[in-house]
Design a protein around this ligand. Structure first.
Ligand code: ASP
Length: 452
């Protein structure tokens, strides 16, 4: 069985929905279909989820919501009319939205926003189920409430209650036909609607794939595959990545690869379900398969990622290596300020701690530096900002001499100075920190070396 998830751009209008139905019907194994809310039809357009947020904001202010309400209904009506789905579904969506808006009086603001945002996926799943039925296929909408998608945590940033797996698995054990399931939301134990973070339909798909032990989780989007480098930096990149491992995906996603949000794939990765990223607009393309292991050609790299806005806290102290507890104390200071750290390369008498710029605003930086000076008495401490991290990733680098040398040579030939390097013993990736101004040139140099 395959679980497939279609993103907003795949469901933005009737033509796209027709493509989705063709894809699902082309393979009888595609039995669970997770849908997002309709997305942008063109670059200047607004996603239904954003229209719903605007609607919720207007309702919270106690202002007239007619315009925003009309804009949301219009998006569904356009699809329903083009596919001759009848008027009933449009009326149903109108009633559903009115019921939700009325709850503004009784829910807290975060609860109300989640209720409104969830309307995008929920109504779309109902509409898509009708579209399949009108084509003469057995399809039904399944509700996250009835199937037991229980969420906990913060509204707008909820996570799955792990007990849901058993309930979901039972709910899907005896059904026939195609199930259309709304992504992005579930219910709290108290029965309130709660959503995952934005883009959360990927999470729903991943959870369902794990719950039903799917053979594959197909994630349909609008790119043919994952590319080994950001095409905005290297426009000539044409060959996608056919297969990569979960580890490779994680390393690339860490440094900004838009493959997937890390959290989205955790359920599928834990259950070892292969993930296939595919293009709704080119369903003949095999896409990128992400799985536990793959055949690896020694000495090859799978991708090069880069991410801006890292800072480096550099602490120097003569004879630091003999000072027992120095590293622990340093990390304690960061922990007290709730700053997560990313990398920790060290020298004999120096310790660097790389953190994301967003976690070190100026006032925190000031407190951290003062405490380091006071409590650790260093010879010097400074913060370097504007660092870019380059990640060179590939299982094929393990046990292969010269991979790092090649990267250094490429950067040296381009006249780029390396600020810092780090390689874990897994050897699946190495990290190079450079100045932000050198980012594009550095990525291009590495691409030429490993893929050119
Ligand atoms: N519709 C939601 C969003 O725009 C969730 C999703 O599409 O995955 O964030």
């Amino acid at each position: 069985m395959k679980v497939c998830k279609f993103g907003g751009s795949s469901l933005a209008n009737a033509a796209q929905l027709n493509k989705v139905m063709d894809i699902v019907l082309a393979d009888p194994a595609r039995r669970i279909v997770v849908v997002s809310a309709p997305g942008k039809r063109h670059s200047g357009d607004t996603k239904v989820t954003d229209l719903l947020i605007e609607l919720a904001e207007t309702a919270v202010k106690g202002e007239n919501t007619d315009r925003q309400f009309g804009a949301v209904v219009e998006r569904y009506a356009e699809i329903a009319q083009a596919l001759n789905l009848g008027e009933d579904i449009i009326r149903e969506i109108e009633h559903d939205l009115m019921d939700r808006i009325a709850k503004v009086a009784v829910l807290s603001k975060p609860e109300f926003f989640d209720l409104m945002k969830a309307a995008g996926e929920d109504n779309n799943a109902k509409l898509v189920a009708i579209a399949f039925t009108m084509r003469g296929h057995k399809a039904r909408y399944a509700s996250p409430k009835d199937t037991g998608m229980v969420l906990t945590g913060k509204f707008g940033d909820a996570t799955l209650d792990p007990s849901s797996y058993a309930t979901l698995s039972r709910a899907f054990s005896n059904f026939d036909g195609i199930v259309i399931y709304p992504g992005f939301f579930g219910y709290t134990k108290e029965g309130k609607v709660a959503t995952f973070p934005r883009g959360g339909s990927d999470i729903t798909g991943s959870i369902l794939a794990a719950a039903v032990c799917a053979d594959v989780y197909e994630n349909f989007t609008d790119v043919d595959s994952v590319y080994p480098v950001d095409p905005r930096i290297v426009p000539e990149v044409s060959e996608g990545i056919p297969t990569m491992t979960y580890r490779e995906m994680r390393e690339l996603a860490y440094a900004g690869f838009g493959v997937f949000n890390d959290d989205a794939v955790i359920p599928a990765v834990r259950a070892r379900i292969p993930i296939n990223i595919r293009n709704t607009n080119h369903p003949g393309e095999p896409g990128t398969m992400i799985q536990q292991s793959r055949r690896v050609v020694p000495g090859t790299v799978v991708g090069i990622a880069s991410a801006d806005d890292f800072c480096n806290i550099v602490v120097d102290k003569y004879l630091m290596n003999r000072a027992i507890g120095f590293g622990r104390h340093l990390l304690q200071i960061l922990e007290d300020e709730a700053i997560p750290y990313e990398h920790m390369p060290s020298g004999v008498d120096s310790q660097c701690i790389v953190v994301k710029g967003q976690h070190l605003p100026k006032e925190k930086e000031h407190r951290v530096i003062q405490r380091i000076k006071r409590e650790l008495d260093p010879d010097s401490v400074l913060v370097e900002r504007d660092l870019t991290i380059l990640m060179v990733v590939g299982e094929g680098m393990c046990y292969t001499a010269g991979m790092f040398a090649k990267a250094c040579l490429a950067l040296a030939s381009a006249g780029i100075n390396i600020s810092m390097v780090n390689q874990g013993s897994s050897e699946v990736s190495f990290m190079i920190a450079i100045k932000r101004k050198d980012r594009s040139e550095a990525v291009r140099a590495l691409y030429r070396t490993f893929f050119g």
